[in-house]
Design a protein around this ligand. Sequence first.
Ligand code: SAM
Ligand code: SF4
Length: 332
Amino acid sequence: MIDPFGRAITYLRVSVTDRCDLRCVYCMAEEMTFLPKAQLLTLEELDRLCAVFIGLGVRKIRITGGEPLVRRDVMTLFARLGARIGVPNGMGLDELTVTTNGSRLAQHAEALYAAGVRRVNVSLDTLSAERFTAITRRGRIAQTLDGIFAAQAAGLAVKINTVALRGVNEDEFDGLVAWCGEHGFDLCLIETMPMGDIDGDRTDQYLPLSMVRSRLKRRWTLEPTGYRTGGPARYYEVAETGGRIGFITPMTHNFCESCNRVRLTCTGTLFMCLGQEDAADLRGVLRAGASDSELEAAVREAIARKPRGHDFVIDRRDDRPAIGRHMSVTGG
Ligand code: SAM
Ligand code: SF4
């Protein structure tokens, strides 16, 4: 699949639920209304759509959410997709990954490895127990840390995703670099994106990573690397620890020119760009009894509309989100 700007679409992110056991302040409001279950694709429907995308050239799938590991029986989806890893003749996946808050990772780490997952991204914005509970509005850090170490013990490479929050965790990045270096985890810092209502003013939370990077350089030697995971992160090697640190900077740097991905929500809506409203309803096509080739045609038609890039701007005079849906709907 090649989009109108010549970009090959090889990466599909799949949100398997909009629900979550946490309520991170930058992601959700305290009171959230989640979708009725009937609107969600079944795990079989998700698997069928994934197969269509693989047939069209997708080589990497990331399962996300909401919190993917709270969806009942989600391991059956991992097992089915994992069985497609390495299938020859252009009909298989190269990689299956997951982004999780880690709260249920301890239970599922071994099954993820058995399904063929080799890398997990775990969101962790602080190493302080009190701050963790404040940021997530209800989580316990011990549960996430147990999950992280269980993943490592199961043989999964761990990348820690940290959202940079002004006045909240900006004094912790040195500590996180050291901690990740000590345990052999990659670290990826993310700028907040203006998506969905969150009961608060986002412009207060926004911290440009250009500033974070220059502060980190006072203590650490950051050597640029050519390492890419096919994503928007720019990676450096931390000479003192041998670890890697990535920066995802949607607000201060536009990474759209090399975008290789599209996102499928748990209701079967295909978003061609995280930062645009245009979408295609694949659930309607699927539930109307479409054949595989009709589904393929619907996907191709959507890819032909993939926009050049996002329009995120932090508008300091206006606290309305740039994109009305929450990150937990599209899948971060
Ligand atoms: N629940 C899982 C988790 O937290 O990893 C997966 C879904 S979560 C939406 C995926 C990632 O998006 C997390 O790393 C989270 O920190 C990030 N995220 C959520 N809302 C965001 C926002 N408004 N701006 C930037 N990153 C955000
Ligand atoms: Fe849940 Fe992940 Fe959003 Fe936090 S960032 S509320 S863990 S979906």
